[in-house]
Design a protein. Structure first.
Length: 666
């Protein structure tokens, strides 16, 4: 509920108490000394001065109290010390900060009619420069530097509050304990110095080197000492003994080395290393420091760094030969998720790690079903195909094993084989969907699954239906379209998904109806905050006094960012990834994107935490939260996140217009 201006010499630059200045001259001097106003032109400052005032508060008096309506003013400390407190449920006030000369407070509610989330008292005799709401609004609207300054201050406050809440949260994982995977770095675990060889070294010498140092891998380097490949014991056995590709006495490192190195920086955390191993299916990571070879870390090192076997889930998935075995392993992901929450992993890390496991699970189900069909006489897939995930799974944001949203895109077969090919993929789709159900992924109530012929099509048919959805934009198709547009390839020929993506971009570009429709729908939605800044919750039923964090929060960030991404041809499907690319493309201002990212992470943190808590308690995760059971600081953070959604909706409306109907995404 307050912010800090940069620089340690603000107080020294402010006019002293005894300076012989008139009120207006003193205000002018303050503005010239205090960022961000010191960047304004003389003419702007001159117009500002008559609209501002200096107010004094004797020691021990309150500027405002928690829960009272906004005074619609921004306060900048000129002299003295202001104490910021927040009262808990029992009314006990806790000091959460101080504001000194050059710093400000009241910015979180100056532009709204919300109540103050905390109290501010004059710890010492306090003098403040007061900016009325109308003046402040006009100032930030017409001056980018001022707007950017306060946006950054608000974002830092929001992030700081988020980090404090995450750091303080305790979580019962029913006896599960994990090593501090999200606090240890790769450099602490890597083997160094690295045993290396040159590209022209003979493999017989390399094998002797491995035996001498009792290691399982050697890094191959070039003349400059840069890593260019990796040789493992398995490479030597497979290529020289099992497959006999080369004559042992003539073979060099160049012939047998694996050139697809997976590298990681020594300062990366172990969770990132774990993700890279799972994602790329490798057993060694080459560690670098400023681009130079620094060490090597193996899968065994990572496993030893953890006190449980959750890291091994991905490899257990690959080893399963039956759907029954996969179903057993899939249940371990719930425990893994619980451990991630306990380790205070970031939302981005949770999304990435859990999605990799779900993808591995899906791929293995598909492989087993392909083998099953081949054994039954159907043979291998008759034409290239690609399995796609959609909705939250397509965005890599499916944390719990909720319902399925998937489909199959296959290459257009010759006319004489259409019936045969269609039958094959419809059967494969049905088998895979059934296998995923056995692994805990519920069937989609709307039938958006590869077992449904409508979601199992040749590429040309997909292109036709996508164009129809985008051009016609029938309200009955809107939900399906929003789920579909987050598709990404999981298994098979990814070029089919890429071609479909390009077709969708072309259609979206020529159809303004879809973006206008969704934009108007977003403009009609109001976040669950009342006129006075309180929460608007369910009034009755099983979720009385609760808010659906998915439908009332997360969905609207996803929807708005999707519109921007599709309009600008961004193929990334994750919300965080889309935000990053929209900034890189110059579509969104970095401050705006960081605001939205912080709000999304906040809402998803609460959503994941509540859902996992219910899962551990044996209850059904449902995305609902009772905001009145949160601490005051948590409530303030959640309100901030909802406020960002309103801001995002305004940005979207300005960009795309205000026409449309209601819809919901997965």
């Amino acid at each position: 509920m307050g912010g800090k201006t940069p620089g340690a010499s603000i107080e020294a630059r402010l006019p002293k108490e005894g300076a012989l200045l008139s009120g207006k001259e003193r205000i002018k001097s303050i503005l010239k000394a205090m960022p961000p106003f010191n960047t304004l032109e003389e003419g702007i400052i001159a117009r500002l001065v008559p609209q501002l005032a200096l107010e004094e508060f004797p020691q021990g008096t309150y500027v405002f109290r928690q829960g009272t309506p906004s005074l619609q003013k921004l306060f900048l400390v000129v002299k003295g010390l202001a104490e910021v407190t927040v009262a808990g449920e029992q009314g006990v006030a806790t000091v959460v900060g101080y504001r000194r000369p050059g710093e400000f407070f009241g910015e979180t509610v100056v532009l709204t009619d919300a109540t103050y989330p905390g109290s501010v008292m004059a710890k010492e005799d306090l003098t403040c420069l007061v900016i009325p709401r109308e003046v402040f609004e006009n100032l930030i609207y017409h001056n980018g530097s001022v707007a950017a300054f306060f946006s950054r201050a608000f974002l830092e406050r929001m992030r700081g509050l988020y980090q404090e809440i995450v750091a303080e949260q305790t979580y019962d994982t029913s006896g599960r304990t994990e090593s501090p995977l999200f606090r240890r770095r790769v450099g602490e675990l890597m083997s160094s110095p690295v045993i290396t060889c040159r590209v022209h070294d003979r493999v017989t010498d390399i094998a002797a080197l491995m035996q001498e140092h009792n290691i399982s891998a050697v890094v191959v380097i070039d003349r400059e000492g840069q890593p260019v490949g990796l040789i493992t014991e398995r490479d030597l056995v497979n290529q020289l003994i099992a497959e006999r590709r080369y004559r042992l006495e003539d073979c060099t490192a160049r012939e047998v080395m694996n050139t697809k190195l997976v590298t990681i920086n020594r300062d990366a955390y172990l969770n990132r290393a774990m993700l890279e191993v799972i994602k790329h299916g490798v057993k060694h990571l080459v560690v670098t420091d400023r681009g130079m070879l620094a060490g090597i870390v193996s899968i065994v090192d990572l496993i030893k760094a953890r006190s449980t076997g959750t890291f091994w889930i991905a490899h257990r998935i690959e080893a399963q030969q039956t759907l029954e075995g996969l179903a057993d392993v899939s249940r371990e992901v719930d425990g893994f998720l619980s451990a991630l929450v306990a380790e205070k992993a970031s939302v981005r890390d949770i999304f990435a790690l859990v999605s990799e496991l779900y993808d591995a699970l899906t791929r293995r189900v598909i492989q087993l079903c392909e083998e099953e069909l081949a054994a039954e006489g159907w043979g291998p897939p008759p034409v290239p195909y690609c399995w796609i995930n959609m909705g939250s799974a397509g965005r890599r944001e499916q944390v719990l094993r909720t319902d399925q949203d998937n489909g199959i895109v296959y290459a257009d077969p010759p006319k004489e084989r259409q019936r045969e090919v269609t039958a094959h993929f419809q059967l494969l789709g049905s088998r895979v969907v059934e296998g995923l159900v056995r692994c805990g992924f519920a069937p989609c109530r709307g039938g958006i699954m590869a077992s449904n012929p409508a979601w199992c099509r040749p590429l040309s048919s997909w292109e036709i239906i996508a164009r129809r959805w985008l051009y016609r934009v029938d309200p009955s198709d809107v939900r399906m379209l929003t789920i579909f547009l987050d598709f990404r390839p999981v298994w098979g020929d990814e070029s089919l998904a890429a071609r479909l993506r390009e077709s969708v971009f072309r259609a979206f570009k020529h159809s303004g109806a879809a973006s206008a429709l969704w934009t108007r729908d977003e403009a009609q939605f109001k976040v669950p905050l009342s006129f006075l800044g309180g929460f608007i919750t369910e009034k009755s039923g099983p979720h009385k006094n609760e808010i659906d964090l998915k439908l009332a929060g997360a969905v609207h960030i996803v929807n708005c960012i999707r519109i921007f991404a599709l309009t600008h041809g961004i193929s990334e499907t994750s919300t965080f990834g889309r935000l990053d690319e929209l900034v890189e493309a110059g579509v969104l201002a970095r401050d705006d994107a960081e605001f939205v990212g912080a709000a999304y992470e906040t809402i998803m943190m609460f959503r994941i935490r509540e859902n996992v808590r219910k899962l551990v308690q044996g209850r059904e995760p449902d995305n609902y939260i009772n905001p009145y059971k949160l601490t005051r600081r948590e409530q303030a953070l959640l309100k901030d996140a909802f406020s960002v959604i309103t801001r995002l909706q305004k940005i979207t409306a300005l960009q795309f217009g205000e026409f449309g109907l209601h819809y919901v995404t997965s």
